[in-house]
Structures are given as C-alpha cells and as structure tokens.
Write a protein that binds this ligand. Sequence first.
Ligand SMILES: NC(=O)CC[C@H](N)C(=O)O
Length: 234
Amino acid sequence: MKQVNFGVVVFPGTNCDRDTFWVLSEVCKSKVRYVWHTETSIDDLDVVILAGGFSYGDYLRSGAIAHYSPVMQEVKRHAEKGKLVLGICNGFQILAETHLVKGAFLHNKTQHFLCQKQHLKVATTNSPFTGLYRSGEVIQIPIAHGEGNYFLPQKDLEEALEHDLVVFRYCDENGVVSQDTNPNGSTDSIAGILNRQRNVLGMMPHPERSSEFEMGSIDGKRIFEGIIQWIQSA
Ligand SMILES: NC(=O)CC[C@H](N)C(=O)O
C-alpha cells in the first residue's frame, strides 16, 4: 500500500497545525511533517495542508501576508503538478489570496467572530477529498472565524455551479440551505470549494476538530481518510 506523505504548513500565527498533525499521525496513522513557511523544497509531499489560525495576525486581510511567504511558490508548483492541497479556514483564506481557488473573504455578516458547531450539506462527492461522503449528506464540522464571509463574483459562481466545484454548503440539522442557515453571509452558502482542476480544496470548517469521538463528531475525519484512499487507489 502506498504511503501517503502529508505536510502541514506553519506560518507565524498558525494555530491549528498541531491538531491537524495529530489527526493525521495518531488518528489516520499517516506520515506527516511540518513545513515551515520559509521552506522551498516540498517535493517529498503528496498532500499539502494549510492549517487554520491567524497567520501574521490577520493583518491587512486574513491570509494576505502569508501568501507572500516563500513556501507559497512551492505550494503553487505542487498544485500545478496536480498534487493535492487542502486549505482549512485561514488556509482557505490564504488559498484565495494566492488565487489557487477563486473568491475573497469579507468579515462575517454579523461582524462577530463565530465559534460554533456547524451543519454542512455535502454538495459533491466528485473530488479527491470527498469520496467517503454521500451526495446530499448532512454532516457536522465546527467553524471558528471572523472573516469567513466568502465572496464569489457572479461569473465565478456560475462557473462553480456548472463544473460542480462547490463541495460543502452551510445548512441546518435538516439540511436546509438558506440565508437563515448561512452563518457568515457567504455567497450561495458556500463553505468549501474546489479549483477547476479539482485538486485544491478550500474549506472554512475545521475537519481536524471533528475527527475523534471525544470532539463530538467524527465527520471531519472522512476528508483525511478520503484523501488517503484516493491516493492509494489512484
Ligand atoms: N480558525 C481560523 O483559521 C481563523 C481564521 C481567520 N483568521 C479568521 O478569523 O477569519
């Protein structure tokens, strides 16, 4: 069985790197190493994870400064080769700043930081990240962000819908997707989206915080397990 090599990128201010590392190494029993933001050699990695947190203190805009870090040139090259990149929360914001996924982030519609359990509706299982979910399934993965209001211009939204790029939408426990069940004001309630090549996923919810029973949900674990299965069966 092919061993899958994960890298968790650490910027100054990243704070979900250890949780992500733990889930990959202890829960999923995978090989994982930290990648410092100044690193310029990541050829050994199959999957790069941009973990959540407050890179560079969220100064200017979340992710805006991290995108100039040397490692991001390598992450771009990694993605161009068709290898997998997963950006979680601040990682999603960095992916957007780097244009590895479309869109941009605004402050939550409430102007408050949100830290809560969150229901999501799985919009597509057609990706290297979501093969272990059922289409339309309602899952629970927590959110924790201040700048999570994902904005996608109309033409990019049309492209995303046409090519089935939306992966998760915010919903309630019954799977209802509406403005009332959209916690932060994101366009079309989007909580996770792929790039056009489907090898880069940005998502606001934190799957590393819902990967063990003690955390109240194990729905996030299937993302990491799905990645491993997808690479091993490729
Ligand atoms: N948990 C996180 O990654 C925080 C995301 C981001 N810095 C925000 O508050 O919007």
